[in-house]
Design a protein around this ligand. Structure first.
Ligand SMILES: NC(=O)c1ccc[n+]([C@@H]2O[C@H](COP(=O)([O-])OP(=O)(O)OC[C@H]3O[C@@H](n4cnc5c(N)ncnc54)[C@H](OP(=O)(O)O)[C@@H]3O)[C@@H](O)[C@H]2O)c1
Length: 306
């Protein structure tokens, strides 16, 4: 494997690390980027699996982290990345064959603990395919014998960036969750919880943590917080699930993904995501960020141009 340190390059992965090596997959994604940053900032040996090295942050925020170039569809690259790692933080788009390949590599390479991002409602008989996918992966993980910890975030506040273009252009966003509430969590708090568990996994084996924000909110609250932060009226337009699915397909989402999203939104309207826990604070020592804090931090992303 060729690995890269921030700015320098080595072909001795983990050879000069002082402690246990933590491998983070999906490192360039929403949760992974911040998890790598936090682990590196604590001076912990961390290796980021990236499929495209140019997607790694160039601002020095990963200083001290190793980069391993790899792809979930190429077992040789997964084996190389997992070699010498003690702990693996598994983040991915959760395609079962890919996560199962990562788990199998971890077992082959002697990884001692795996931390997986999953879904709170992952069951084998879920009506939602991505939840059945997580359940399948969890079953494989249990059967592998590898000690593991599951982290189940509620809806990520960062999902709001998907509707940011509509908000900027039209002052409204459309959803099909009705008046359903959710324990929306800032991905930065998910990253912090994941980093805390990965840094000291022993006490967390066999545990599942539910990662939520501090309050239950709905999209009417999102609209109100955006209105407050932007000083401009932002409206939440309610759609039926069918209409929402049609619009998502028209916006370019594959039919199956749009159908699955619409199914989840309909469940949320019925209260499926109205759950909250204290696990973020218990793991990180800090209260999770509020929706107001998220909107304030990212107001520019939602502000009309010009
Ligand atoms: N969004 C939510 O509200 C929510 C709620 C609960 C749970 N979750 C779970 O959170 C997880 C997703 O986390 P996230 O939002 O941080 O993910 P994300 O932002 O979508 O990032 C996905 C990461 O996986 C990498 N990746 C994709 N295909 C790859 C491949 N073939 N080989 C190697 N790397 C690959 C991407 O790399 P590139 O940068 O190169 O594309 C990226 O780093 C999923 O398991 C999801 O079910 C999400």
């Amino acid at each position: 494997m060729i690995t890269h340190h921030a700015g320098q390059r080595t072909d001795r992965p983990g050879a000069d690390s002082g402690g246990t090596m933590i491998l983070v997959t999906g490192a360039t994604g929403t949760i992974g980027t911040e998890a790598v940053r936090l682990l590196a900032a604590r001076g912990l040996p961390v290796r980021a699996l990236v499929r495209d090295i140019s997607r790694a942050p160039q601002d020095g925020s990963w200083r001290g982290a190793e980069l391993a170039v790899g792809d979930f569809d190429r077992t040789d690259t997964l084996d190389a990345a997992a070699r010498g790692a003690d702990t693996l933080l598994l983040i991915s788009p959760s395609v079962p064959a890919q996560e199962i390949a990562v788990i199998d590599s971890a077992v082959r390479q002697g990884v001692r603990h795996l931390v997986k991002i999953t879904n709170h409602r992952a069951t084998a008989d879920s009506p939602v395919d991505r939840r059945r996918d997580h359940a399948r992966i969890e079953a494989h993980l249990r059967a592998s014998g590898l000690p593991f910890t599951l982290l189940a975030p509620n809806l990520l506040m960062q999902n709001l960036f998907l509707v940011a273009p509509a908000i900027r252009q039209t002052g409204e966003f459309a959803m099909s969750t009705g008046e359903g509430f959710f324990g929306m969590v800032d991905a930065r708090d998910v990253s912090a919880a994941a980093a805390a568990v990965a840094a000291a996994p022993a006490g967390h084996a066999g545990r599942t943590y539910l990662l939520t924000g501090p309050e239950l909110v709905g999209y009417a609250d999102v609209a109100a917080e955006l209105t407050r932060a932007l000083g401009r009226a932002i409206a939440y337009r309610r759609l039926t699930p069918d209409r929402h699915r049609e619009l998502m397909v028209r916006a370019g989402l594959p039919e199956a993904v749009a159908a699955s999203n619409a199914q989840v939104f309909a469940l949320i309207a019925e209260g499926d995501a109205a759950w909250r826990s204290e696990d973020v604070a218990a793991l990180t020592g800090s209260a999770p960020r509020t929706l107001r804090a998220f909107v304030t931090d990212h107001a520019d992303a939602f502000r009309a141009q010009g």
